[in-house]
Ligand binder design. Structure first.
Ligand SMILES: Nc1ncnc2c1ncn2[C@@H]1O[C@H](COP(=O)(O)OP(=O)(O)OP(=O)(O)O)[C@@H](O)[C@H]1O
Length: 417
């Protein structure tokens, strides 16, 4: 082995967490089949996902005899805030939860430090650009429940602002929303392993010998949707129940907001403008959530992001909103509009007409209604954005109600991913 190279021999940043995140203060090395908890209680079955601060695993809880999701947070970040946020949203049996349910929390020590572990119900995240065999059809009901999840956290004075997950490269993202899949809970470990087949793993070979910090291999995410299609296909025929995930960056409005971590192309104008002018502490609150929720709804509806180019994002915001805010005029004077096209209402109407066609081709229910909804949400002035509770009364959601999500098959799947 060559000694002039210090690092990993293999890497695949598109499919795994960054290997270098396994370091002192970083991620917890995990092996399939290992048991966590004291006394050992949760047996790791497979990987469900990873984020900037954690890895998330499907595990079997020997005590309650059910499968659960374990979010194992890097040692230097504390998830105490996230677990106390989630505690606020624990529901009784009679209520429909809209926030992922926290079942337990404990600490686990690894060579990299002490990690918070959040035990949660497993959900099927809406993976916009993933390679699952399963893709839900994004109906008005899915979107209504997505807005209802945000309305719920807002009603408790909390802002989320991390609804769009970005993994490593800014090209791969998924919404921080998922569907409850209680069908996963009773599955036996052997059944799961039989149906998912041999786990795909990548050996972690490092040129140094600091081996204890790293797992001996990285696992590829399990295809939970594909697993359910093969083991419990009837799940696509029942009413769905959406959850909002990842309250790690959420805060109680009125307290000091954490720095917004939403990437600029999904960020609200007030945050994006600040960030592009080197003000990373631009304040954000629930009104900023409404903008990001619109970006998320757009992505759910047509599997693409409304704004793609970071360096043009402010211009595109002005084009879609048809105006130039007074506070941005100085910025615009220094960097003139591309091709000299000045934003205005007629130009904005034209862009949204094109958007309506795109929604139509993507099979969106009531494309014109969705355009009107998004235009209400995407206001450059945060004060003009409706609240999430007001959005639930938007004509786009007419005829849908919290108590009546059932009746017709609400999910469908496509396999040509
Ligand atoms: N309860 C769960 N069931 C199934 N999958 C989950 C669950 N919670 C999280 N995941 C998956 O794990 C991924 C990472 O989780 P999460 O976003 O909470 O981590 P994070 O480290 O806080 O990430 P970031 O802050 O980068 O968004 C999610 O995008 C999702 O795909």
């Amino acid at each position: 082995m060559s000694t002039d190279f210090d690092g990993f021999l293999f890497d695949d940043i598109e499919r795994h967490e960054t290997i270098s995140a396994y370091t002192s203060g970083g991620l917890c090395p995990i092996q399939l089949g290992c048991e966590l908890g004291s006394p050992p209680r949760y047996r790791i079955i497979g990987k469900l996902g990873y984020g900037a601060y954690s890895t998330v695993w499907l595990a079997h809880d020997h005590v309650n005899k059910r499968n659960v999701a374990l979010k194992i947070v890097e040692a230097k970040s504390s998830s105490i805030k996230e677990s106390s946020m989630l505690q606020r949203f624990k529901v009784r049996d009679t209520e429909a939860p809209r926030v992922i349910q926290l079942l337990d929390a404990f600490e686990h020590t690894s060579p990299n430090g002490t990690h918070q572990v959040l035990v949660m119900e497993p959900v099927l995240p809406i993976d916009l650009f993933g390679c699952s065999e399963f893709r839900p059809r994004i109906t008005r009901e899915v979107l209504r429940q997505t807005v209802a999840a945000v309305a719920l956290i807002h009603s408790r004075g909390i802002a989320h602002y991390d609804m769009l997950d970005v993994h490593i490269s800014e090209d791969i993202h998924a919404g921080n929303f998922g569907m409850a899949v209680p069908e996963v809970e009773p599955l036996s470990v052997v059944d799961i392993w039989n149906h998912t087949g041999r786990p795909e793993v990548l050996a972690t070979l490092h040129t140094s010998n600091k081996l204890e910090s790293f797992p001996s291999y990285l696992c590829t995410k399990m295809d939970l949707g594909g697993l359910l299609l093969s083991i419990a296909p009837e799940f696509t025929q029942r009413p769905l129940s959406m959850r909002i995930l990842d309250l790690g960056n959420a805060y109680v409005v009125g307290e000091c907001p954490p720095r917004a971590i939403t990437p600029i192309i999904y960020a609200a104008p007030e945050v994006a403008f600040g960030a592009l002018n080197n003000d990373l502490d631009a304040p954000w609150d629930q009104r900023s959530d409404i903008w990001s929720l619109a970006i998320c709804i757009h992505a759910l509806a047509c599997y693409s992001y409304i704004f793609a180019l970071r360096h043009r994002v402010l211009y595109n915001m002005m084009y879609y909103c048809g105006e130039v805010p007074d506070a941005w005029r100085e910025y615009v004077r220094a960097k003139p509009f591309p091709g000299g096209v000045v934003p205005g209402p007629a130009h904005a109407d034209g862009l949204w007409k094109e958007k309506e066609k795109q929604f139509f081709w993507c099979g969106v229910e009531n494309p014109a209604g969705l355009v009107l909804l998004l235009r209400r949400m995407m206001q450059l002035d945060p004060a003009k954005r409706p609240t999430a509770a007001e959005l639930l009364r938007d004509p786009y959601f007419d005829g849908l109600h919290e108590h009546d999500a059932g009746g017709v098959p609400l999910l469908w799947h496509v396999t040509e991913n």
